[in-house]
Design a protein around this ligand. Structure first.
Ligand code: M6R
Length: 595
């Protein structure tokens, strides 16, 4: 979410085309506004607006911009609506410094008040501007840039990286705290960016920046200082030899595996966004007052709707109707009206089945909201109010990080609506990290045994039922084996007859559902089946299941979400072991724009 790029060159030159290309290469992160600034002697040229890179570039002539230092930024709105004034970069009070950030400054509102009280000129509501004023505050006290950025770092709370420069100087400065930052060193220039794809077309000599490091960039060299004590840090640049595609995969063998590992970070980002979004309140108020509430989606997005309905009932005590989008029209349309609310959920925002349901619901006067990952997609344009999933591009056809962020969003809405403290959810990213780390070897140890079978079952109960459906879908989608997702208690009503010696059956369980899951486990194991449980460490599960994939200790709601992570990993490793490309399964497409 958001991206920054800055460049320092030995001579004044036409920087516009370089900045536009760098901005294009950051678009995969998601954005709604674009800006660029160049510094030439005592002059700063700042041009910015809402819209796509090429549109903003054409509208404001970004290609003509020149100087010896340049900054571009793609903004994805969190603090302050998408607008020209909130777009980045931002000037300081007297317009002789310019900077831009990536990330979230969570105390932005308080800082803005302080800056105004100190007599600074604050033009926007955007937290990137706070990074500039936080630096200005210390420059005004006579400090040099390194000291000023150290002061700013002490004042700015949250995860961010920012880049900043001043007139009549030959340098840019940047800092990393929580958000990505890489430096490129070329012939006659240096540059800094949120990510490698915008640097690699210019140079393959890079320095990876760590949290708490301040970078000074000259055209011919860079220096790193510790934000802690201002001391100089020595680091040798590295030469990137991988292809652009390998770099985009972030060192993982496939996009799917990278996206599985992206989940903790994007969960962090979506929760930051939700905390600062006024649209959340609109959605909550309408849901609170609604006669009936529908969560509508297809495939993976439908499974998130199911999980959302479970959380709304459990956390809020509010019944919600989860619906597969194509079934919405025949089953519910005659019953809906203006007293009802629909939340239409789609990663791509282009799924025809979802858009058909939306169109029909709107025609009946229903209040319709969207939950989508692709900004600018049809769903985001067709709903007056929509919430973004904040995942950046999801390239792999099997949805992973967009699913977990859909579920996190539903949990967040349920907590807010139910009056529960949303800070409890702050534990999610670290728990996800722990789950991925600790379950990966447990899953890999089971791959060979499970992969011998072509027919599998994945069962869950309560909040893990949607996770079981999602796990089964992932398995089918990329291993081409048959896997049926079911409510665990339904298994005895028929499928139990399919159990033969050694048949693996996956059981996902939350901590409160262990007794009911154990009944299911025993029905299977006493007939020779292999019950693989996924749940928190529990003596009862250990004693009854054939295998236990252990999840970290967590609240029941969060634990259900964690259960899907080993299922994603299992599908991935089974597909790879079968020789299939998990990123691009046969017959499937990422976006389904047909009926
Ligand atoms: O873009 P959408 O979320 O609307 O897509 C809906 C389904 O096609 C999608 O979730 C599909 O089931 C997944 N790619 C499966 O991993």
């Amino acid at each position: 979410m958001c991206g920054i790029f800055g460049i320092v060159t030995a001579q004044e030159q036409n920087l516009g085309p370089i900045l536009i290309e760098a901005a294009r290469r950051l678009t995969y992160r998601g954005y709604d506004s674009v800006g660029a600034a160049t510094i030439s002697g005592a002059k700063i040229d700042l041009r910015k607006d809402t819209g796509r890179v090429d549109d903003v570039a054409a509208r404001h002539g970004l290609a003509e911009m020149s100087g010896s230092r340049g900054i571009t930024q793609l903004r994805w709105a969190t603090f302050g609506a998408p607008s020209q004034v909130n777009a980045q970069p931002h000037l300081d009070s007297d317009g002789d410094m310019v900077g831009a950030h990536n990330g979230n400054v969570v105390n932005n509102v308080e800082l803005r008040e302080q800056f105004l009280a100190e007599g600074m000129t604050v033009r926007s509501h955007n937290d990137g501007e706070s990074c500039v004023h936080a630096t200005e505050r210390y420059i005004n006290r006579g400090m040099d840039f390194i000291e000023a950025i150290r002061g700013a770092h002490a004042d700015l709370q949250g995860d961010y990286a920012f880049v900043i420069g001043k007139i009549n100087d030959d340098k840019l400065y940047a800092i990393k705290k929580g958000s990505g930052l890489v430096v490129g060193i070329g012939e006659g220039f240096t540059c800094v960016s949120s990510d490698l794809p915008s640097i690699l077309p210019l140079t393959r000599k890079v320095l990876r920046i760590q949290d708490g490091e301040i970078i000074t960039l000259w055209a011919d060299r860079v220096e790193l200082h510790s934000v802690k004590d201002g001391s100089l840090i020595q680091r040798e640049p590295e030469q990137i030899v991988e292809t652009m595609e390998a770099v985009q995969k972030g060192g993982f063998a496939h996009f799917m595996l990278k996206e599985i590992h992206d989940q903790p970070q994007v969960a962090r980002e979506v929760m930051h966004m939700l905390a600062g979004s006024s649209d959340v309140q609109t959605v909550i108020e309408k849901i609170r007052a609604a006669r009936h509430v529908y969560f509508i989606g297809c495939g993976t997005s439908y499974h998130a709707c199911l999980a959302g309905a479970v959380y709304f009932a459990q956390v809020v005590g509010k019944a919600v109707i989860p619906v597969l989008a194509p079934q919405f029209i025949p089953q519910y349309l005659p019953a809906v009206g203006s007293e009802d609310v629909g939340l239409f959920v789609s990663q791509s925002g282009e799924t025809k089945d979802v858009l058909n349901a939306l169109q029909s619901a709107e025609a009946r006067g229903m209040t319709c909201f969207g939950l989508a990952n692709v900004i600018g997609s049809t769903l985001t344009k067709a709903t007056s109010c929509w919430l973004p999933l904040c995942c950046g591009y999801e390239i792999s056809v099997p949805a992973t990080k967009t699913f977990t962020n859909q579920v996190v969003t539903f949990l967040y809405l349920a907590y807010r609506l139910g009056g529960r403290d949303v800070r409890e959810l702050d534990a999610i990213p670290a728990l996800m990290e722990q789950t991925i780390r600790s379950t990966a070897p447990q899953v890999e140890a089971l791959v060979e045994a499970v992969n011998r079978w072509q027919d599998l079952y994945c069962l869950g109960y309560g909040a893990t039922y949607p996770m079981a459906l999602e796990g089964a879908l992932k398995l089918k989608e990329i291993t081409y084996a048959h896997c049926e997702g079911m409510l665990s208690t339904e298994f005895k009503h028929g499928p139990l007859s399919a159990v033969t010696a050694g048949l693996p059956i996956l059981f996902a369980t939350g901590p409160d559902d262990v007794p009911v899951i154990i009944s299911g486990i025993n029905e299977v194991t006493c007939r020779g089946g292999r019950a693989i449980a996924i749940g928190q460490e529990d003596a009862r599960l250990r004693a009854n299941a054939s295998d236990l994939i252990t999840l970290p200790k967590a609240e029941a709601e969060i634990s259900s979400l964690l259960a899907v992570l080993p299922l994603q990993l299992l599908s991935y490793h089974m597909a790879v072991a079968r020789g299939y490309d998990p990123d691009f399964p046969r017959n499937l497409s990422k976006t389904l724009t047909v009926d």
